[in-house]
Design a binder for this molecule. Structure first.
Ligand code: PEP
Ligand code: MG
Length: 348
């Protein structure tokens, strides 16, 4: 069987009946983040399209030693079982100060600080990475829709190194005749300005990608998480951020690859409208935001969202963007249907 993003796209698209639909009939995929296994039942109730960005470090935080491959396997196995046929995207450990294991040799800095965090940490600690990847691959045996996502990727090379570990684990498991998933998708989180500057190169390399809006905004504008003194610099509507998002959408649309957006802004009406207008069709968010997101999507007309997005992209300052948003509420935009859109995990 061919292993390409496109091949998986068609498989992941078999869940279209659960897609949200805009007022003009465009299918949108919503995935729910899970932090604890208990939330899976909420996802089922919400009828979302899959489990996005599963943050598997959470269940392990209650213990005092680093989880073994077996312990991780048991957790992931349950995750895949509970998810049924839905797509499961597992983000590899995004370890930082607030998710540190009590017993580790390395000091992992607070999430707000750059340094030895996210994919950088397991790339240094090969055993930790391999144990997690092996556990995921073993747990996903017999499950079609398994995607492994590397957080905070900073370069093409870093992504390749992470993917190389997956390939090594695949060969090792095959050699040991251990049942496992043979065709996982591998993707990168776009959260740094360095990857924002390599949009096409990263898009070329990955099977799929997730944009982490919160970190992307923070790292583009240098704004610490939780630092109230510089809160005003957290500007998701900064023209530069909006233009980077547009470039990313275009890169994935033109390659027909999956791009999903997650982070603090995706559930907000105006941000979601902008993202829909730039062509994004795949979103991942906390389950509690799903009802509001469904409402916003149902109220949205894509042609209008495109005009809205184009108007915001023409602005030079954050203030101008906000004026434009306020004007939009009063103005009627002429429909314009010339834009493309990227494929979604579950839409046709
Ligand atoms: C983000 O950065 O937007 C994101 C979703 O990741 P995190 O878990 O770091 O918030
Ligand atoms: Mg992040």
């Amino acid at each position: 069987m061919e292993k390409s993003g496109q091949h998986y796209l068609s498989m992941l698209c078999h869940i279209s009946e659960l897609s949200e639909v805009t007022s003009d009939g465009t299918g949108i995929d919503l995935m729910a983040h899970t932090n604890i296994l208990g939330e899976l039942s909420i996802e089922r109730e919400l009828k979302v399209d899959g489990t996005g960005l599963s943050q598997r470090e959470f269940p392990f935080l209650v213990q005092s030693t680093f989880p073994s491959e077996e312990e991780q396997f048991r957790i992931y196995r349950r995750l895949f079982f509970e998810a049924g046929g839905s797509a499961v995207v597992i983000r590899t450990f995004d370890l930082a100060g607030n998710t540190i294991f009590p017993v580790t040799d390395h000091h992992v800095e607070a999430k707000s600080q750059p340094g030895l965090r996210s994919t950088r940490y397991p790339l240094k600690e090969k055993n930790i990475f391999d144990q997690q990847i092996r556990a995921i691959l073993r747990a996903a045996a017999g499950h079609d829709k398994c995607a492994i996502l590397f957080p905070l990727i900073s370069s093409v090379n870093e992504f390749r190194r992470a993917r190389h570990h997956v390939n090594e684990c695949l060969s090792e498991l095959s050699g040991q005749h251990i049942p496992h998933n043979r065709n996982p998708l591998t993707g990168a989180m776009i959260e740094l300005s360095s990857t924002a500057g390599l949009v096409d190169e990263i898009a070329e390399e990955v099977d799929f990608a997730f944009i982490g809006i919160s970190d992307l905004v923070r790292y583009m504008l240098i704004n610490d998480r939780g630092n109230e003194q510089i809160e005003e610099y957290y500007q998701p509507f900064h023209p530069s951020v909006l233009r980077v998002l547009k470039k990313i959408a275009e890169a994935y649309i033109s390659r027909n690859k999956i791009i999903s957006v997650c982070g603090e802004q995706v559930h907000e009406r105006d941000y979601l409208r902008f993202l829909l207008g730039t062509g994004f069709r795949n979103f991942s968010a906390d389950p509690r935001f799903m009802p509001a997101m469904r409402r916003h999507i149902g109220d949205c007309q894509i042609a209008e969202a495109q005009c809205f997005a184009d108007a915001l992209l023409r602005q030079k300052t954050v203030a101008d963007v906000h004026t434009e948003i306020n004007d939009y509420l009063q103005l009627e935009y002429p429909p314009e249907l010339s834009h493309g859109s990227c494929p979604a995990f579950g839409s046709k």
